[in-house]
Design a protein around this ligand. Structure first.
Ligand code: AMP
Length: 135
């Protein structure tokens, strides 16, 4: 059975998409640590552990995440974009990109933000716009 993230990348489950190419998909985390918190996934493998990815997929994922991070930095006021890989909840490799103001913004134990659909859509749209213009 396909993972929830494969189903998201295929459009079978809705998401707030921020960027996509043939191999990778980026979308807003539904329980964000900060506005603009984004997940980046490979589309063509459901490998659960990032360090088990083959080298081309691993390097491609990191390169794609770098472009998405640049778009987040442009669209969301922040000092920089933090990177984390946990994977304790969803068994499909994903990179968290979190806009940071302080170290505490990267604390995954803290209470998550509750955003409206309109807020999610507006954030996704502005990151997508920055991504497309930076291609
Ligand atoms: P982890 O596997 O520990 O890295 O955590 C999985 C992350 O995926 C969490 O931050 C969840 O909020 C996020 N998540 C789970 N389901 C969805 C979904 N349907 N759409 C967006 N984000 C999700």
């Amino acid at each position: 059975m396909a993972t929830i993230f494969t189903r998201i990348a295929k459009g079978e489950i809705p998401s707030y998409k921020v960027a996509e190419n043939d191999e990778f998909y980026a979308f807003l985390d539904i329980n964000p640590l900060a506005k603009g918190h984004t997940l980046v996934i490979p589309k063509n493998t459901e490998e659960d552990y990032i360090f088990n990815l083959d080298d081309p997929t691993y390097h491609g994922l990191c390169a794609f995440a770098k472009k998405v991070a640049a778009a987040i930095k442009e669209a969301v006021p922040c000092k920089r974009v933090g990177v984390a890989v946990l994977g304790l909840e969803v068994p499909h490799t994903h990179i968290h990109l979190v806009p940071l103001q302080t170290e505490g913004d990267m604390d995954f134990r803290k209470e998550k933000l509750s955003l409206s659909q309109e807020e999610f859509s507006a954030i996704a749209e502005s990151i997508n716009k920055a991504f497309e213009s930076g291609k």
